[in-house]
Write a protein that binds this ligand. Sequence first.
Ligand SMILES: [Zn+2]
Length: 291
Amino acid sequence: MNMNQMPPLPSLPARRNILTVLGASMAAGLCACTNVTPPAAKADAASATAFSEPPPPTSPMPLQAATPATVRFTPSPTPTKKARKHYVPDVGLPPVENGLAPVITRILTKHPIVFLTIDDGGTKTAEMVALMAEYDYPVSIFLARAFIQDNPGFFTQFAAQGSLIENHTISHNLNMVQLNYAQQLAEITTMQTYVKDQYGRLPTLFRPPGGAYSNLMRKAVADAGLKAIITWEAKANAGQMDYQVGNSLRPGDIVLMHFRPEFAADLSAFRQAQLAAGLEVVLLEDFLGVE
Ligand SMILES: [Zn+2]
């Protein structure tokens, strides 16, 4: 009899320990996703900001002197952050196998959740900070040093929503898969140190520039101590949603965005899709237990 077929289950409530391990099949069928446009897109979508906030409440009706015992109006609601629901992970992080980091393009969860990731860091505006605070989205932020070294402190402003900074290499070389192992490892480990120095936390997730990866890269990612390569199946781009599968967001989708001039239009497109699909934005690291 095989006495060892089931590992002992960790006790609750350490949610990062109750993850179900997926097989490597999760990484199958991935798209190389190399068609990421350069970060220096022109600002032609600035007018596409389509957020429609409800108008501020009008002044309450004055109390009527004839009915002193009756309050004739209700106080205007105080805007508060919506409490975030906690979702117990029903899908776990695939393990490093044969020295290769897993590649995750979507989380096959049954929960009504979606994961937002924002890359590069080339454009930095106060509007971005305000929008992310308004929607209170926790985001995995994949930064490349080449894009952010003029102002790395800008990205600390997203911590209020629980966002985390992750590794998108030093130089954002779109031909990274053609580099040798030592070169790829240096791109990753140097960025690990940079992020730790700037933001006080070592990244746990890696996104290749342009999305293309190889087994050599998977080995370098694992050797650098990172937990997974994160790709995507949907993206908010040029003010609209692009789907590799279907025409709407699905539970567990990982959505790609960029810090670009058209950020507001992209975020608007994402928000409309997210609300239409009835999904809540959850931090990927939190769900995978790799904070
Ligand atoms: Zn990028």
